[in-house]
Ligand binder design. Structure first.
Ligand code: AR6
Length: 171
């Protein structure tokens, strides 16, 4: 049974097996969580991302998919990169956001991770409304079987923490 926990803080400081990155399809870094992970994790992460692009992800990582690299200098074993959908007012992309959590869990599970930390994927630069992003995150992890002992949601802002707390309470 996977335990879901919530903490307010910085995902790059979490001592877990796998840290999930809210990346973009290029895997070449960016702002938000992605920027923080590459900055603190160091150049080894980007080097592995480049190698993945060259070997099997020529067109980049698809939205909703996940792939692992080293965690470099972070206090974790792996970074699992996933690409959230950009929020749209006209197009329901919820299934793609759910897929990010499912695929990242599957990749972490396949690696033998026992703990994973997730940010609120798509809820920053990609514009997803926080309450809905939290509901999709919590419901998807709850519904996805894995051997992980702990899935930790690491929320940077107070309003994100409250949204995740409410989503857990609503399960
Ligand atoms: N630890 C935990 N959460 C954080 C941290 C951190 N260090 N930094 C930001 N957040 P975002 P997205 C929160 O924008 O919306 C990048 O440029 C943040 O407050 O990181 O999926 C990528 O390269 C928000 O609640 O990811 C992509 O181009 C949440 O993490 C694009 O941004 C997600 O915000 C992805 O956008």
């Amino acid at each position: 049974m996977t335990r879901m926990t919530l903490v307010r803080g910085d995902i790059t400081e979490q001592h877990v097996d796998a840290i999930v990155n809210a990346a973009n399809s290029s895997l070449m870094g960016g702002g938000g969580v992605d920027g923080a992970i590459h900055r603190k994790g160091g150049p080894e992460i980007l080097a592995e991302c480049r190698a993945l692009r060259a070997a099997k992800l020529g067109k980049g990582l698809k939205t909703g998919a996940a792939v692992a690299t080293t965690a470099g200098r972070l206090p974790a074993r792996w970074v699992v990169h996933t690409v959230g959908p950009v929020y749209s007012h006209t197009d329901d992309r919820s299934a793609l956001l759910a897929s990010c959590y499912r695929e990242a869990l599957r990749v972490a599970d396949d690696l033998g991770a026992t703990s994973a930390a997730f940010p609120a994927i798509s809820a920053g630069i990609y514009g997803w409304p926080m309450d809905d992003a939290a509901r999709i995150a919590v419901e998807t992890v709850h519904a996805t079987p894995s051997a992980l002992e702990e899935v930790r949601f690491v929320l940077f802002e107070a309003r994100a923490y409250v949204a995740f707390e409410q989503a857990v309470a609503a399960l």
